[in-house]
Design a protein around this ligand. Structure first.
Ligand code: 5BU
Length: 475
């Protein structure tokens, strides 16, 4: 590979892709060397040679790469050639995100969970790669590697490593310069100037799209509370941290006395008690009052899993009116975003005059077999969640978003992994926490247990252990 690299270095110099003098970089730093690989498109043979050598890194990849993403614009042709040659599909991240509003940010066809590698021409601070990674992760793609042509050795490698991205680069700037000295393209004096500059100028990390550059799975809840825009999310993060529990009990029982009995037992050990009030045969306002008293006594929140899913106007009335008057008592409700943004506005309207903190969880992905909540439905839901200060979190099965201020609620949790006869699918507490769950819903795993208290404690402990392990992992 050394021979090819030396040849490429000379090519870069000959076509003016690397220049020496005084220049200003994209992030505003003065530099004695300027690399502009955009000129490569005028030299298809060199472009092809470069792409081929860069793709050799894929041989050492730890995971099977099923998508390729070039960082616009310079790396796009390189990524395209690699995609064609390797027959691996490509995705493109739009740069015009602001102008396009909520339109698709990532073009291409992929499933959440697919492994995507980043192709980039040069890294200085690592900012452009990180912005791309954040957006790809928000769409559910897994990104752990970037193949880069030149590493300017100004901190980008470490910044990216700290954010879970391993960079493999063909050249460090020092190596590139050394090749040029060896090939008599530049003299040693110029090389010395450049190396002095590199040693004295680390590049700051800049993120232009406001997305925090942290991995939410590694942060503790108290830190994430501080990063959340939503008051209910903050409250819930602090509650989970305080009570050391991430258990949400699905109290799916049809007699309210039984729900209250269960709440008495579970109260000290749960973060949230989740109801489906429309399955309660003897529903009355007495149930609500008594449940609220228990919530206060034991410090848990009430979530009505209503899954609102109609136009905003209808939803505002369903939320506030009818026999259940959900807005009056449920701290949190769930909603399907299928009807569009109006649903969130409808929920907001349903809260007129209510002064207590309220929050919404948007259902991005369901736990059941054959659920239609896949692909762009998940990513569009996450965009909607990020856009609204009403939204405390997202209901999903996978680590589908990176925003540390949002809470991932995951249902379908059981110690024994078998499903039910109506399509419900289960994962173990450890599995869901490793898939990003911050709050885990357990229903029949507890309601059908002979010894309810010991089941509650078992779920609580396993979930909390898994969370502690998750945040203590350094990689
Ligand atoms: P289970 O008994 O642990 O299977 O109950 C799961 C609860 O979570 C139940 O109340 C469902 O309505 C709820 N649920 C779910 O199971 N899957 C989903 O995708 C969503 C909610 Br959204």
């Amino acid at each position: 590979m050394e021979k090819e690299l030396k040849e490429l270095a000379s090519d870069f110099f000959d076509i003016g892709a690397i220049k020496f003098g005084e220049f200003i970089t994209k992030v505003g730093l003065k530099t004695p060397v300027y690399i502009d690989l955009r000129v490569l498109i005028a030299h298809p043979k060199i472009l092809q040679k470069l792409s081929k050598v860069l793709w050799l890194f894929s041989k050492d990849s730890t995971s099977k790469i099923t998508q390729i993403c070039g960082v616009p614009y310079t790396a796009l042709p390189i990524a395209s050639i690699i995609s064609v040659e390797s027959n691996i599909p490509m995705v493109i991240r739009r740069k015009e995100e602001k102008a396009y509003g909520t339109k698709k940010l990532i073009e291409g066809q992929f499933e959440p969970g697919e492994h995507c590698v980043i192709i980039e021409d040069i890294i200085t601070s690592g900012s452009s790669v990180l912005e791309t990674v954040n957006d790809l992760k928000n769409e559910g793609l897994k990104v752990t590697e970037a193949f880069v042509v030149v590493d300017r050795e100004q901190g980008g490698l470490k910044h990216l490593h700290d954010n879970g991205i391993e960079v493999k680069s063909l050249f460090t700037l020092t190596k590139l310069i050394n090749f040029l000295v060896e090939s008599d393209k530049i003299n040693k004096e110029v090389a010395k100037q450049v190396s002095f500059y590199l040693k004295s100028t680390p590049a700051p990390l800049k993120i232009s799209n406001q997305e925090p550059s942290v991995d939410r799975l590694k942060l503790n809840f108290a830190t994430r509370a501080g990063l959340s825009r939503n008051a209910m999310a903050k409250k819930l993060f602090f509650l989970m941290e305080r009570k050391k529990t991430t258990l949400c009990l699905a109290a799916d029982l049809t007699n309210f006395e039984h729900i209250l009995e269960l709440a008495e037992i579970a109260g000290p050990h749960i973060a949230v008690l989740k109801t489906h009030v429309d399955m309660i045969e003897n529903f009355s306002s007495e149930f609500v009052t008594r449940l609220q008293d228990l919530a206060k006594k034991f410090d848990f929140l009430i979530m009505e899993d209503r899954k609102f899913g109609d136009i905003g106007h209808t939803v505002s009335l369903q939320y506030r009116k009818g026999i259940f008057e959900i807005a009056e008592w449920a701290d949190i409700v769930t909603a399907h975003p299928v009807a569009g943004k109006g649903i969130i506005e409808g929920l907001k309207r349903g809260l007129k005059g209510i002064t207590e903190i309220r929050g919404v969880f948007l259902v991005a992905e369901m736990s059941s077999e054959g659920a239609l909540t896949t692909g762009s439905y998940i990513s569009e839901t996450i965009s909607m969640a990020k856009d609204s200060s009403m939204v405390a979190g997202v209901v999903c099965q996978s680590n589908a978003f990176s925003d540390p201020g949002l809470i991932q609620l995951t249902p379908g949790v059981k110690l024994s992994k078998t499903g039910d006869d109506l399509g419900q699918k289960y994962n173990t507490p450890e599995q869901v926490v490793n898939s990003g769950a911050d709050l885990a819903v357990v229903g029949r795993g507890i309601t059908e247990a002979k010894d309810k208290l010991s089941a509650i404690l078992q779920y609580k402990e396993q979930l909390w252990e898994a969370y502690k392990t998750r945040i203590s992992k350094t990689n």
